[in-house]
Design a protein around this ligand. Structure first.
Ligand code: MG
Length: 395
C-alpha cells in the first residue's frame, strides 16, 4: 500500500501575533513545520511527503526541505481556503498512491503510533481521523445581548461520551478523498477534511488521538510545546555538546572568507580549501558532539576532491552525517579571534549561511568577534582563530 502524506501549511495563520506565519516559528532550533515534516519522514508507513506552503514561501522554500529526505518530498503552493490547499497537495500526490494522510503543520508532536493507527483504520473503513474523547463536561452555550453587554448562558449539557475533538492526522483512501474534494469544489467551507467526507456520505472512523498532539496556535501553546520538548528529549543525559577550534594564517593574495562571506581585507586565510575557519570550527563542533569524528578524517587535505572546496558545503555534509548519527543541532555559538578587520557588519550574513548549511534557524546560530588586545601572534594579526560550541539533541 502506497501512502502519501500532505502537510497542510498553506495558511497564513498569524494568531500568535508574529510577523512570521505560525508554522515557521522556532521550537528549540527548528521551525514547527520542520519538526512536523520530520515526524512523517521518520514514519515507516509514509512513502512520500507533499508540503503545502503559502505561495510566496513555496516559490522559495526553506533550504532544510531539500535536505535529509529519505522519501520523495514535494512542495506545492496553497490556495485560498484550507480545502483548496489540500486539493493542490492531493494533485501533487503520486498516481500510485492508495491512501492519503493529511496533517496540520502546526501539530509537530504527532507520534509514529498515531500515524500508523490512523492509516490502519482508514485502510479498513475508507476514512479515519485522530480525535480526543471529551474529558471535560461539555456545555452548549447561548449568547445573549450584543457588544459589551453580551454574555454566554448554558443552553444544554451534552452527553460527553459521544463528543470527540478532531485532530489530525486524517487519512482517506484516494477514492474517498476524491469524492470529498468534489464536495469542496461545490463550495462547502469547512475546517477539516473529514467534514467533506461526511458530506460526501462516507463513514469516517474515529481513532483515539493524543493529548500531546496539540495544535500550536497561541503563545501559550508555543510555551507549552517548548516545555513538552524540554521534558521529552531535552532532559539531562540526552543532550550532547561538541567543541571545535581552528586557526589559519593570514597571508597576502588570498580572499578572506569567514562563515561563507567574503570580507574585504588586504589579507586572506591560507589553506587548501577556502580556509573558512568559522565553518571548520563549527564542523568539528557538530561532528564532535555526535561522536562522528572530525573534519580532518572526513575531508582530508591530502584528498584532491576537497581542494578549493566550499567549507559551507563541507559543513552541510557534516550536518548530514550528524543527522545520520541520530542527532539534531539545537544551537551553535562561535567566538572569532581576529585583530582586524571588524567582523560585526558581517555577522548576520555569516550566521545565516552557517544556519542554512546546518539546516537550523538563524536565531540558533551566534557569532561573536573578539580582538586579542594586541597580544601574541593573533594580536599581531598574523592569524585568525575560531572557537565553536554546539549543542545536539537526539532525533
Ligand atoms: Mg581549518
Amino acid at each position: 500500500m502506497h501512502v502519501a502524506a500532505i502537510i497542510a501549511a498553506g495558511g497564513r495563520g498569524q494568531r500568535l501575533g508574529d510577523a512570521v506565519p505560525k508554522q515557521f516559528l522556532e521550537l528549540a532550533g527548528r521551525s514547527i513545520l520542520q519538526r512536523t515534516v520530520e515526524a512523517f519522514e521518520a514514519s515507516p508507513d509514509i512513502h512520500e511527503i507533499v508540503v503545502v506552503l503559502p505561495a510566496d514561501t513555496a516559490a522559495a522554500p526553506p533550504a532544510w526541505l531539500g535536505q535529509g529526505a529519505s522519501k520523495p518530498r514535494r512542495v506545492v503552493a496553497g490556495g485560498e481556503r484550507r480545502q483548496d490547499s489540500v486539493a493542490n497537495g492531493f494533485a501533487a500526490v503520486e498516481a500510485t498512491a492508495d491512501l492519503v494522510v493529511i496533517h496540520d503543520a502546526a501539530r509537530p508532536f504527532v507520534s509514529r503510533d498515531l500515524i500508523a493507527r490512523t492509516i490502519r483504520a482508514a485502510a479498513e473503513a475508507g476514512a479515519a481521523i485522530a480525535a480526543l474523547p471529551a474529558r471535560d463536561t461539555v456545555k452548549q452555550g447561548r449568547r445573549d445581548g450584543t457588544g459589551t453587554t453580551a454574555a454566554w448562558t448554558i443552553d444544554a449539557t451534552l452527553p460527553r461520551e459521544t463528543i470527540f475533538l478532531a485532530q489530525t492526522p486524517q487519512a482517506f483512501r484516494c477514492e474517498v478523498l476524491r469524492a470529498a474534494m468534489a464536495v469542496a469544489r461545490a463550495g462547502a467551507d469547512v475546517t477539516d477534511e473529514a467534514a467533506l467526507a461526511e458530506r460526501a456520505g462516507h463513514p469516517v472512523r474515529l481513532v483515539e488521538g493524543e493529548a500531546a498532539n496539540l495544535k500550536i496556535t497561541t503563545r501559550e501553546d508555543l510555551a507549552f510545546a517548548r516545555g513538552l520538548l524540554a521534558s521529552r528529549d531535552g532532559g539531562r543525559g540526552t543532550m550532547r555538546v561538541g567543541t571545535g577550534y581552528d586557526l589559519h594564517r593570514l597571508v597576502e593574495g588570498r580572499p578572506l572568507i569567514l562563515g561563507g562571506v567574503t570580507i574585504p581585507h588586504t589579507l586572506g586565510l591560507a589553506g587548501h580549501s577556502d580556509a573558512d575557519a568559522i565553518c571548520h570550527a563549527v564542523t568539528d563542533a557538530i561532528l564532535g558532539g555526535a561522536g562522528a569524528g572530525d573534519i580532518g578524517r572526513h575531508f582530508p587535505d591530502s584528498d584532491p576532491q576537497w581542494r578549493g572546496a566550499s567549507s559551507l558545503d563541507l559543513l552541510a555534509r557534516a550536518a548530514a552525517m550528524v543527522r545520520e548519527a541520530g542527532f539534531g543541532v539545537e544551537n551553535v555559538d562561535v567566538v572569532v579571534i581576529a585583530e582586524r578587520p571588524k567582523l560585526a557588519p558581517h555577522v548576520p550574513a555569516m550566521a545565516a549561511n552557517v544556519a542554512r548549511a546546518i539546516g537550523i534557524d538563524a536565531t540558533a546560530v551566534s557569532i561573536k568577534g573578539k580582538t586579542n588586545e594586541g597580544v601574541g601572534e593573533l594580536g599581531r594579526g598574523e592569524a585568525i582563530a575560531v572557537h565553536a560550541v554546539a549543542l545536539l539533541s537526539p532525533r
